[in-house]
Every structure is written in structure tokens, then in C-alpha cells.
Design a protein around this ligand. Structure first.
Ligand SMILES: Nc1ncnc2c1ncn2[C@@H]1O[C@H](COP(=O)(O)OP(=O)(O)O)[C@@H](O)[C@H]1O
Ligand SMILES: [Mg+2]
Length: 390
């Protein structure tokens, strides 16, 4: 049966979700703060609004009367979701999940205090003085993050006392909204970090994808690869934690659950109640169903018979370096001339420094050297450049 889906946030992840939903015969209204965003280019209808404005959200929900609301980003007036649920609209994965994950405090306290998951030791601070005291308690090095932020915005590492004031000011300049409070976390000396894509279903068990390894720089992922080779007991621990936290947040859909793997064990870090950017690696056929296809099925309550491992794969990002519009790519032919390589260009109309404009994808047979697959993705991504033409 056809449902009307309202997608809130229309970036590259939303675009792939829309394609998956359209393949299943669904109707999609794609919403973003600017026109011609990637997902809007493939959707049935579009709306351009400020999604942090409750009245604007209410207006388009009343206008389109969606059956399902699928958030693609955090920066939405998510408090309204509880009301939409009461009106009978399915919020993905749930109003609770969207609300808890848009604020680091809610999700961290749930994970650490309520569920007893291992996380980095942490404190909160509302002023510079409180931050100084919190740093004393946590010890250095430690990481400071605004409670509301994403993509590493406003996030910095304190190594010496001299860094504290800068960290406070940086957090204030990078925060989303007007909440000044920050979280201070002990720096985890991890050996690697992973995303565990987890699928919760309306009628069926919770499913796990193979772990995805990734490397972060300036708050955004640079390369991701699947499967990440990790210890069996680490995987079991991560799966157990992912099952617990997704169950507590309720609802059906895919989740990107982030973990740090350290000598002393597995740390829960945070999670996205939606497809994860590092999961774009699944677009190269690492699994029988990509993370977007899994999300679409889970959201629609359609069966997922199994998730199978089909290839080893990697993704590497293509970043812009300048401000401008109408980006032109060079080097695409070079990528496509290579075997077992592919590319996704997102169609973003505007460039700015470090903005992600596309990904290079590489793969090989299961059992091949994942590191070599990743190296190939990195080398090919280096060959692609993006320049604004206006
Ligand atoms: N406590 C920590 N110890 C070590 N590294 C961290 C810590 N917190 C964050 N990081 C690093 O910063 C990245 C981004 O942090 P994260 O909490 O995931 O913020 P965001 O919401 O911006 O993704 C992580 O993927 C990790 O590489
Ligand atoms: Mg993260």
C-alpha cells in the first residue's frame, strides 16, 4: 500500500532513502531549508522551510498530512513529534528517539545511567567556571562538545589548562540553538571506532549489519569500510549495547550506533536514529540490502528476510574546498575507468570548504583485504576535484 512519507532533511542520505522508498512504490515529500537539495531532486514534492520553526513544521504537516515522518537530520523542532504521534502519524523511528538523540545529555544519561552501558566518564558544565571544575574531575585529555551539535561542530580536545577557555568559547560558537551547556568526556584512547548499523522492526527481531570501520577528521568521516575486523567478544558486546539502547528509544528503522574499541573493552559513544553517513559504504553492494533499503523496509513494516554479506567495500569522501555554486567535477572518468569502483555525486548546488559533495566507492570479494579496498577508495577520491563554476 502506498504511504505518504514526509522526509525532514534532504541531503545525500535522504536522497538514497527516497530512491529506496520510490522503488517500493511510496510517495515522498522532501523538506529542507534550501531549494533543490539532493533528496528533493528525486522526490514527488518538496517544501522549503526552517525546520526549527514549530509553526512552519505544523503548517506543512497539516498541508500534506503524511502517514510517516522520516527525520534525516537533528536540527528540527523535534518536540513537535510527540504531538504528531498523538495525531496518528508514524514518526521514525519514534518521537522519543528523535528527541533523545538531538541532545547529547538525554542520550548519554539514558545509556550510562539508565541502561548501564560503558561510556567515557563525563560531566556537564553550564559556565566556564563549571567547565574548569569538570575538567579537574574528569582529567586531561578530555573532549568538550556542545550538548546540541553535530559533525564535530564546537567540539575540541583539552590537553592543558590553557585550552579550557578556548574550548568553552569554541563550544559556544559551534552550538546549535541557544543552549550553552556542554558535555566534557574523558578522552578514550581507542584502537578503532565502528558504526554498528542496527535494524529494529515492527514485526520481527532486531538485526545487525557487519561492523563498519571509519576515520574521522574535523568532525566528519573521511573513509569508511565494511566489514571492520574486530574481536568476536567486542562485536557481541557492541550488539548487546545496540539492542538495549534502540529498544529503550523504541520504534522501527535503521540506527547507526557508534562505538570506540579500546584495550579495556567497548565504549558506547552515540547513535543516529537513521541511516549513518559511514553506512554509505553499503551503496556498493557490501550487503544484499543497503542501509537505505533496510530503513525503507523497516519504516514501512515490510519483511527483511535476512541481511547477507556480499562484498567487502569502502567509501572515501569527495570534499569541496571553496565557496561557490554550480560545482563541476573532474576526475570522474578516472574513477569509473577502474575495475570495482563507483562514484556517487550528491547534486548539492552550493560548495563551501570541506562540504561533502560525493563519495568514491570500491569493493572486492568477501574475504579480500579490506585495508587494500579502503586504500583504493582513498587514492581514487584524491583524483576527483570539485570546483564551483559560479
Ligand atoms: N570521548 C572521546 N574520546 C576520544 N575521541 C572522541 C571522544 N568523543 C568523540 N571523539 C571523536 O570525535 C568524533 C565525533 O564525536 P561524536 O561524539 O560522534 O560527535 P558528532 O555528533 O559530531 O558525530 C568521534 O567519532 C571520535 O572520533
Ligand atoms: Mg558521531
Amino acid at each position: 500500500m502506498q504511504k505518504k512519507i514526509m522526509l525532514l532533511g534532504s541531503g545525500e542520505l535522504g536522497k538514497e532513502f527516497v530512491i529506496a522508498a520510490k522503488r517500493l512504490g511510496q510517495y515522498v515529500v522532501a523538506v529542507d531549508s534550501y531549494d533543490d537539495a539532493p533528496a528533493q531532486q528525486v522526490a514527488d514534492e518538496r517544501e522549503v522551510i526552517n525546520m526549527l520553526d514549530a509553526a512552519e513544521l505544523d503548517r506543512i504537516v497539516a498541508k500534506h498530512q503524511p502517514d510517516i515522518i522520516v527525520p534525516e537530520i537533528e536540527a528540527i523542532r523535534t518536540e513537535r513529534f510527540y504531538d504528531y504521534e498523538k495525531q496518528g502519524i508514524q514518526v521514525v523511528p519514534s518521537a522519543k528517539a528523535a528527541n533523545f538523540t538531538m541532545n547529547r545529555k538525554a542520550i548519554r544519561d539514558l545509556a550510562a545511567k539508565e541502561l548501564g552501558l560503558r561510556t567515557a566518564n563525563y560531566r556537564y558544565a553550564n559556565t566556564l567556571e563549571e567547565l574548569q571544575a569538570a575538567v579537574q574531575e574528569i582529567g586531561m585529555p578530555c573532549v568538550v562538545k556542545p550538548l546540541m551539535s553535530s559533525s564535530g561542530k564546537g567540539q575540541s580536545v583539552i590537553k592543558t589548562e590553557a585550552d579550557v577557555e578556548n574550548a568553552w568559547n569554541y563550544a559556544q560558537s559551534g552550538k546549535r540553538g541557544d543552549q550553552t551547556e556542554v558535555i566534557v568526556e574523558a578522552f578514550v584512547k581507542f584502537n578503532s571506532e565502528i558504526t554498528l548499523l542496527t535494524v529494529t522492526q515492527q514485526n520481527g527481531p532486531t538485526l545487525f549489519c557487519l561492523p563498519i570501520g571509519h576515520r574521522q577528521e574535523r568532525g566528519d568521516y573521511q573513509e569508511s569500510w565494511q566489514p571492520a575486523v574486530i574481536a568476536v567478544d567486542h562485536l557481541a558486546e557492541a550488539q548487546d549495547m545496540a539492542a538495549k539502547v534502540t529498544k529503550a528509544l523504541t520504534g522501527a528503522g535503521i540506527w547507526g550506533v557508534e562505538f570506540f574499541l579500546a584495550d579495556e573493552g567497548v565504549y558506547f559513544s552515540e547513535l543516529s536514529p537513521r541511516p549513518h553517513d559511514t553506512g554509505m559504504v553499503t551503496l556498493v553492494g557490501t550487503q544484499n540490502l543497503s542501509e537505505f533499503e533496510l530503513h525503507a523496509r523497516a519504516v514501512l513494516g515490510l519483511p527483511i528476510a535476512e541481511i547477507t554479506h556480499e562484498r567487502n567495500g569502502a567509501s572515501a569522501v569527495i570534499l569541496a574546498h571553496k565557496e561557490g555554486t554550480k560545482p563541476v567535477f573532474t576526475g570522474v572518468e578516472k574513477v569509473l575507468s577502474q575495475p570495482k569502483a563507483d562514484i556517487r555525486l550528491f547534486g548539492k548546488p552550493v560548495t563551501r570548504p570541506y562540504r561533502r559533495m560525493g563519495v568514491v566507492l570500491t569493493y572486492d570479494v568477501p574475504g579480500s583485504d579490506v585495508d587494500a579496498v579502503k586504500e583504493r577508495a582513498m587514492e581514487l577520491a584524491q583524483q576527483v576535484t570539485v570546483e564551483p563554476s559560479l
